[in-house]
Design a protein around this ligand. Sequence first.
Ligand code: FES
Length: 103
Amino acid sequence: MSNVTLHIVRGDEQTGRTVEDYQVPYREGMSLLDAVIWLREHQDPALAIRYSCRSANACKECMAVVDGKPGYLCSLRAVPDSEVRLEPLPSLPWIKDLATALE
Ligand code: FES
């Protein structure tokens, strides 16, 4: 079975940043948001992320920095046996982990 390795920036303004590494089982058609939601449901319910529509690119809440570039996690597909670094957007106030405040 294939996995996707996620390197996710964790923390908040008080605790500072750390990078945690996770393995998520790959599913055909899985988005990066699906992978993060899987982590929350199966490994770490405290992992903070903001999203609403999950796929329509309508709410604009799931934006994060993906391998150094901003993108919508719900519209970016996971690639089997790949590694991806996820960080909160630097242009918005940081709440926790991948969650930033909406403007
Ligand atoms: S979850 Fe709404 S745009 Fe990604």
